[in-house]
Design a protein around this ligand. Structure first.
Ligand code: H2B
Ligand code: FE
Length: 308
């Protein structure tokens, strides 16, 4: 019995189940805890996202002066680490995004403008969601080159750290990397492997995703550089990850898939890829070794999946 999964991109409408983890309403670890104005704003944006259906125009969001200011503060601080701590692909893609005026420190971009850019580069598309999704739903959307994106911003009192995904993480961490064809393919491959997978396989794929797409490193000219969006959007952990404080192991999906990870503090261990291309090749070897009684074919012309 194969678990249900979306066969067409429009069925991602049924893949927006959130898991509650760091709710500002109840969790004192959330920087917005006790801030009624923040909580209401986050709720408003999440309600808007929850009502989104495939094919709807992406809602325009009027961000406040304070939100733009938080965005600018994070952007400018992260910028100081770009040359020294981020991979070449990130720097190249961010530069193009900046030159086209899609990403700038001055204002929070609209998803619709980001999508026009991504569509041209890799066919990736952001779709609004209302918080942390279940791994199964989140990974299924990647199979269709859809990235479920939160639309609220982190709390202004804690601009350089967020316990949950927020706009800074999505736009400054993920978007430049989804502009890279190799990362786009890796993400889609993990997504396709997840379709109809067992809970145990989902757990493994979520772990691989975590260690490469969120917290991955590579080596360039002998130096450790970030490729993962969780690092690219977090000043403190970006410095930590590239330093000699944590352990570093070679990226190998078979090993990576069963490694335990930390989701409330800096990682004690990171995986290092030789290059994006090498990570993609290893991931594809891993995919072909994954036991499954069927094959999955993605048809980009109809944006649908067929089993063989
Ligand atoms: N949900 C959202 N909204 N954004 C993410 O980046 C995210 C998610 N990551 N759900 C997922 C979980 C990831 O950590 C893996 C697949 O579990
Ligand atoms: Fe992320």
């Amino acid at each position: 019995e194969i678990p249900w999964f979306p066969r067409h991109i429009s069925e991602l409408d049924q893949c927006s189940k959130c898991v509650t983890k760091y709710e500002p309403t109840t969790d004192p670890r959330h920087p917005g805890h006790g801030d009624a104005t923040y909580i209401a704003r986050r709720q408003f944006l999440n309600d808007q996202a929850v009502n989104f259906r495939h094919g709807d125009p992406i809602p325009y969001v009027e961000y406040t002066k304070e939100e733009h200011a938080t965005w600018k503060a994070v952007y400018e601080k992260l910028k100081t680490l770009h040359e020294s701590h981020t991979c070449l692909s990130y720097r190249k893609n961010l530069k193009m995004l900046e030159e086209e005026g899609v990403l700038t420190a001055e204002k929070i971009p609209q998803i619709v403008d980001v999508n026009k850019y991504l569509m041209r580069k890799t066919g990736f598309m952001l779709r609004p969601c209302s918080g942390l999704l279940s791994a199964r739903d989140f990974l299924a959307s990647l199979a269709y080159r859809v990235f479920q994106t939160t639309t609220y911003l982190r709390h202004h009192g804690s601009p350089h750290h967020s316990p949950e995904p927020d706009l800074v993480h999505e736009l400054l961490g993920h978007v430049p990397m989804f502009s890279d064809p190799l990362i786009a393919q890796m993400s889609q491959d993990i997504g396709l492997m997840s379709l109809g997978a067992t809970d145990d396989q989902i757990e493994k794929l979520a772990t691989v995703y975590w260690f490469i797409i969120e917290f991955g490193l590579c080596r360039e000219d002998g130096k450790l550089k970030a490729i993962g969006a969780g690092l690219l959007s977090a000043y403190g952990e970006l410095m930590h990850a590239c330093s000699d404080v944590p352990d570093h192991k070679e990226f190998d999906p078979r090993v990576t898939a069963v490694q335990t990870y930390e989701d409330s503090d800096y990682q004690p261990l990171y995986f290092v890829a030789h290059s994006l291309q090498d990570a993609l090749i290893k991931l594809r070897e891993y995919a072909s070794s994954m036991p499954r009684s069927y094959g999955v074919i993605y048809d980009p012309l109809t944006q649908s999946v067929r089993l063989i």
